[in-house]
Every structure is written in structure tokens, then in C-alpha cells.
Design a protein around this ligand. Structure first.
Ligand SMILES: Cc1cc2nc3c(=O)[nH]c(=O)nc-3n(C[C@H](O)[C@H](O)[C@H](O)COP(=O)(O)OP(=O)(O)OC[C@H]3O[C@@H](n4cnc5c(N)ncnc54)[C@H](O)[C@@H]3O)c2cc1C
Ligand SMILES: *[C@@H]1O[C@H](CO)[C@@H](O)[C@H](O)[C@H]1NC(C)=O
Ligand SMILES: *[C@@H]1O[C@H](CO)[C@@H](O)[C@H](O)[C@H]1NC(C)=O
Ligand SMILES: *[C@@H]1O[C@H](CO)[C@@H](O)[C@H](O)[C@H]1NC(C)=O
Length: 570
């Protein structure tokens, strides 16, 4: 009897004790917040990153992640690949710089290759296997609006829920999700916009006026730093953070595939946050070019006619707000006029594309854009698209017989850059003169552009093709060439076979007589192609009349600069 009582006592005490132990270890269990970097590879003015930090507890683990796509050399639809070796190299440089930024902020960027959800699950298993019990797991990232990025969002959500189930940890039951995406990397803040995200204007001018009238460009947020990562990272992941970055080979390319730098290239910068800031400083202040941006922006040759901020903005090495604030500073210190405003104007166009993509999602990749299939044959912008591989190939290679188109397309292929003037012309030419399915162009740009940005690219393309429903701007590529390359210097730079063609005919070499061709050493069909299609100069489009572009330009020239249209939050 006594003996039994004794054992019972022991049993009660020990069960109490073990209960105490579990409560103690539960409360010491640390939660993890992952931050998934995508197109916001920077520590300065990264509003989504800072918001994520603020939504996590100081003592919790905060783990920054970047996961490379290992299939950047794989095929996309429309016979193009996902990236060029050059853009992938630029991305590697940008991630390397972010890794440096993270380590100076007191933490380690974990870098994976392949499927993001798998990579995260792997990290979590490592922690689990080390015997450390984790609390809740959350994932934060900057909000993206289309296809693949949303898929990643969903698969990460699924993977972590499965991990929780396996370890017997409750999943959120209140309907909240594990992945939280946070708006970021725009000039104007979404919540300041005077419209609902689902009714963002589809016409640029309306968008801009509404934004400029109702919103101020917010201040930059604090730089990510040591104070934000007090929780450190789990012991089991320290080795992971020390791993070397993948190289081109790991991402499907070979060093030997990198083209030799072309001395004619307009963009020759290396990737990374420091290089982005250096270019902003150089363009605006050191070279003092901001004050003439409006006059030079339609240029075609060299680094200085426009900012060349685009590849940095595309991966998020610099924020548009930071640039706007630098412009403002320049205006205060030096001069304010239409030129200094116009860079902010262009950043507003960039915003327009983001807001557009948020509203319409994957429609920006579709042949009929936001008009939808049902518009075919009904909407005035509707086109009977065709696909002729020979024509599309001529366009890509720069052998259409239209020198202004060919020069631009050759530049793109050789260097990964093309001016805005060029992009508008070649896009219009493919879609509206050649009548080819514009997606062959969109995907080719995606492959080749160093500054490829989902939203700017596809929204620009559906606009060029008229698939946003507004007035179509068809470009007369001969006239545009004469206006913007009056001496033919740009054309000669990329089409040296036209070197000796008289300036008056350089944009339309088919007007040369046989004798003139001989004299110029440029026989059509031998040294330079005959035009592969007939240009449709006076096609009647929505808005009536002739070349839509002319009307647009007349209107633009009339528009006077009235000073300081935008405002910046103080
Ligand atoms: C068919 C087509 C496809 C395009 N694809 C892309 C793309 O994939 N990525 C991309 O960044 N831009 C794209 N653009 C926009 C524009 O041509 C480039 O942003 C610009 O030429 C980049 O050079 P920059 O940085 O020197 O520009 P700047 O003239 O110096 O302009 C400053 C910044 O403003 C923004 N910007 C300027 N013009 C536009 C525009 N029309 N649309 C959106 N943003 C703009 C860019 O971020 C640019 O870096 C495309 C335009 C067209 C017509
Ligand atoms: C990401 O996924 C979560 C959960 O599925 C969802 O709540 C959230 O809205 C998604 N974000 C975007 C931008 O789709
Ligand atoms: C840009 O301008 C600066 C200053 O005039 C000059 O030194 C530099 O060579 C220019 N860059 C290019 C690529 O033309
Ligand atoms: C802006 O000011 C600069 C310096 O005075 C001048 O060179 C430039 O032409 C001006 N640009 C515009 C568009 O007014």
C-alpha cells in the first residue's frame, strides 16, 4: 500500500515536471520570418522589406532569401528563351551585391537555386533535424502581379502548410495566409491612389494627372540594418549562409556564351546596388545631365542621352523614389525645368505599367490583351494577326530592309539595350506593319533586354499592338528614322553596309537607282535586303485620319511645361 502511494506520488510529480518543461520550451520556441527577394534587390528604401521586419517580432529569426531560377536558358513560348546569359550575369552581380549588403547589416542572405518552395522546405528541415523546435513560420515578399510569381506564392504557401502538418504545428485557422505580399518599388504609394486598384486608369495621361493631383511621392524608408535583425539566424543555417553564389553554369549558361562587350554598347554597367547608386549620382550630379534630359532623351547612341537606370530598376537595385528625391535635390541645388521633371514623368510611366498589371494580371501576356478574344473582328483596333517565321526572323535579326528597324534590332541582339524611341518603332513595325503576333516580339524582348521588366515590357507591347483599346500610335519608321537620325549615324553604326548610301536615301535605300547602289557599294538583295514587307503608311486606325503618331506629336509640342507638377512628401 505504502509502496503504491509512493509510486503514484513520483508519477504525479514527474508528469507535472515534464509539463513544465514543455511549456518552457514552447515559450523559447522562436518563430521564423522569411523575406523572399525577387525584383527588389536592395537594402536602401525597400519598403516591403522594412514592412516585413516591422511585422515580425524582434527576437524572432528573420531570414532573407533569394532563389535563382535554374532554367533561365529554357524555352518560353514564341521561340525565345527566358533570359540571355548577359542578363543572368547582371542578376548574379545584383544578388552578390545584395548578399554583401545583408552581411553588412548583420545577417546572411541565403541563396538557393531552383524551386523556391523546395528550397524553403529544405531549410526548414535542416533546422528541424538539428533538434530545434520552431514556432510559427511566415513568408514576406514584395507583391508581384503576374503568372510565375503568383505560382511561387501559392507553392510556398502549400509547402509550409505541409511542413507544419508533418511537425504537428497548427496552420493558421483564421483564414490568414502564411505568405504576405507587400506593395513596393513604385513611385506613388498604392494606398494614396485616388482610385481602387481594380479601376486604375488605362490611359497614361489620366493616370498621371490623377496621381500628380492627389498624391505626393513618399519619403524613402530607412535602410535595412543591424537593428532589424536582432534575432539572428538558426545555428543550423549558418553554413547555408556561407555558401558561394551560383555561377552562370549553375543557371543553365556557360561563361563562353557571354558575348564580348561591344564598344558601341550604350549600357556597360555592372549590376548591384552600389553601381546603381553610382550611376544615379553620375547621371544627375557628376555629368550634370538631368537639366537636359528632355532635349536628349530621344537620342540613340551612347550612355548619356538617357539615364540608363532601367536595368537597375528592373531588378530593384535602386528604388524610383530614391531617384525622384535625387532629382528634387538637384532641382533645389541647381536648376528646375521641364527636363528635371521629365525623369519623374518617365518613372510615372513605369508606375502606370505596374498599376496596369495589378489590375489586369495575366491579360498583359495575351494576344488580345485586355480586349479579350471576343473583341476580335469587332473592336476597331482588332487585327488579323499572323505568324510568318521568315518575317519574324528578319525582324529579330535586323534584316527587314528597313534600316531604322534593322539598326535597332541589331543593337538589341548585340548589347541587350535599345532606346525608347527604337523600342516604340520596332514594336509598331512588327505588330502594325508586319501584322505578326506581337507576342513573338514581347518574348524576344524578354530574352534579350538587360532591363527586362515584366510590367513595362508587356504593357508596352499590348499598347503598341493596340490591345489596350486606346488610340493606336502607328509609327512611320522611315519618317522616324529621318527625324531622329537625320545624318544616318545611328543606322550606319549598326548597319555598316549602308555606310556610303547618300543620307537622303539612307532610311529608304530601295529608292536608290541601280547606279546609285553600285556607287554606294550596296546592292539591294546582295549587300542589304530588299524590304520584306510593304510599309503601311496611311493605315486608318482608331482616332481617324493618318499616322496617329503625327497627331500625338503635334499635341505634345503644344503642351507647355507649367512647372512643378509633381509633389514630394516632406
Ligand atoms: C515595346 C517596349 C518594351 C519595353 N520594355 C521595357 C522593359 O522590359 N523594361 C523597361 O524597363 N522598360 C521597357 N520599356 C520602356 C523604355 O523603353 C525603357 O525603360 C527605357 O528605354 C530604358 O532606358 P533608360 O533607363 O535610359 O530610360 P530613361 O529615358 O532614362 O527613363 C528613366 C526611367 O523611366 C522608366 N521609363 C522610361 N520610359 C518608360 C516607358 N515607356 N515605360 C515604362 N517605364 C519607362 C524606366 O524605368 C527608365 O529607366 C519598353 C518600351 C517599349 C516601347
Ligand atoms: C499570395 O498568396 C497568399 C496566400 O495564398 C494570398 O493571400 C495573397 O493574396 C497572395 N498574394 C498575391 C499578390 O497574390
Ligand atoms: C558620357 O559623358 C561623359 C562626359 O561628357 C563622357 O566622359 C563619357 O565618355 C560619356 N559616355 C559615353 C558612353 O558616351
Ligand atoms: C533646363 O535648364 C538648362 C540649364 O539652364 C538648359 O540647358 C536646358 O535647355 C533647360 N531645359 C529645358 C527643357 O527647359
Amino acid at each position: 500500500m505504502k509502496k503504491h502511494f509512493f509510486f503514484l506520488l513520483i508519477a504525479i510529480i514527474s508528469s507535472k515536471m515534464s509539463a513544465m518543461v514543455t511549456t518552457a520550451s514552447r515559450s523559447a520556441m522562436r518563430s521564423i520570418s522569411f523575406y523572399l527577394f525577387r525584383f527588389d534587390l536592395r537594402i536602401r528604401d525597400n519598403s516591403a522589406l522594412i514592412a516585413a521586419v516591422q511585422r515580425s517580432k524582434k527576437e524572432d529569426y528573420f531570414i532573407p532569401i533569394y532563389c535563382f531560377d535554374d532554367k533561365t536558358n529554357s524555352q518560353t513560348p514564341f521561340s525565345a528563351t527566358k533570359s540571355s546569359p548577359e542578363r543572368t550575369q547582371f542578376l548574379i552581380e545584383s544578388v552578390a551585391s545584395l548578399k554583401g549588403g545583408m552581411s553588412s547589416s548583420g545577417t546572411q542572405l541565403m541563396v538557393g537555386v531552383g524551386d523556391t518552395a523546395e528550397y524553403l522546405s529544405g531549410l526548414l528541415s535542416k533546422v528541424q533535424d538539428s533538434g530545434e523546435e520552431l514556432g510559427d513560420i511566415k513568408v514576406f515578399c514584395q507583391e508581384e502581379f503576374c503568372g510565375e510569381e503568383l505560382k511561387v506564392n501559392r507553392s510556398v504557401e502549400r509547402a509550409i502548410k505541409a511542413f507544419n502538418q508533418k511537425r504537428g504545428h497548427p496552420n493558421p485557422t483564421d483564414g490568414s495566409s502564411i505568405v504576405t505580399s507587400i506593395w513596393g518599388s513604385s513611385l506613388y504609394e498604392l494606398e494614396d491612389a485616388p482610385f481602387d486598384a481594380n479601376s486604375a486608369p488605362t490611359v497614361m495621361t489620366q493616370f498621371r494627372t490623377k496621381m500628380e493631383k492627389n498624391c505626393a511621392i513618399p519619403n524613402c524608408v530607412e535602410t535595412f540594418g543591424r537593428g532589424h535583425v536582432c534575432g539572428g539566424i538558426p545555428e543550423a543555417l549558418k553554413g547555408e549562409g556561407d555558401k558561394e553564389l551560383p555561377g552562370l553554369k549553375d543557371l543553365g549558361f556557360d561563361e563562353t556564351e557571354l558575348s564580348q562587350p561591344d564598344e558601341r554598347a550604350a549600357f556597360n554597367f555592372k549590376g548591384g546596388e552600389e553601381n546603381a547608386l553610382a550611376r544615379v549620382q553620375e547621371y544627375i550630379f557628376d555629368l550634370d545631365l538631368l537639366k537636359t534630359y528632355f532635349e536628349t532623351r530621344n537620342g540613340l547612341i551612347g550612355a548619356n542621352f538617357s539615364t540608363k537606370f532601367s536595368p537597375f530598376l528592373a531588378v530593384g537595385s535602386v528604388s524610383p523614389r530614391y531617384i525622384a528625391h535625387q532629382c528634387k535635390k538637384y532641382e533645389a541645388e541647381r536648376v528646375a525645368n521641364k527636363s528635371t521633371y521629365w525623369v519623374i514623368f518617365e518613372l510615372t510611366v513605369r508606375d502606370f505599367c505596374r498599376y496596369f498589371a495589378k489590375r489586369f494580371g495575366d491579360k498583359i501576356f495575351q494576344l488580345d490583351g485586355i480586349l479579350g478574344r471576343e473583341a476580335r473582328g469587332r473592336h476597331p483596333n482588332s487585327i488579323r494577326w499572323s505568324y510568318n517565321p521568315t518575317l519574324v526572323e528578319a525582324w529579330k535579326e535586323g534584316t527587314t530592309g528597313y534600316p531604322f528597324v534593322d539598326a535597332n534590332m541589331r543593337e538589341l541582339k548585340a548589347t541587350g539595350y535599345m532606346s525608347n524611341r527604337g523600342r516604340q518603332n520596332v514594336a509598331s513595325f512588327l505588330a502594325l506593319d508586319m501584322n505578326q503576333d506581337w507576342r513573338y516580339g514581347g518574348y524576344w524582348f524578354e530574352e534579350k533586354l538587360l532591363d527586362y521588366d515584366i510590367y513595362s515590357n508587356y504593357v508596352s507591347w499590348i499598347m503598341a499592338a493596340g490591345m489596350t483599346g486606346g488610340r493606336v500610335n502607328k509609327f512611320n519608321v522611315v519618317k522616324q528614322g529621318k527625324d531622329y537620325d537625320p545624318k544616318g549615324e545611328y543606322v550606319k553604326l549598326w548597319c555598316p553596309e549602308l555606310e556610303n548610301v547618300p543620307v537622303g536615301k539612307i532610311m529608304e535605300p530601295w529608292r536608290m537607282s541601280k547606279d546609285e547602289q553600285k556607287e554606294a557599294g550596296c546592292i539591294l538583295g546582295v549587300n542589304y535586303p530588299n524590304p520584306v514587307v510593304q510599309m503601311k503608311v496611311f493605315q486608318k486606325r482608331d482616332g481617324g485620319g493618318k499616322d496617329g503618331y503625327k497627331a500625338e506629336r503635334k499635341k505634345k509640342n503644344k503642351e507647355k511645361y507649367k512647372g512643378g507638377k509633381y509633389s514630394i512628401r516632406e
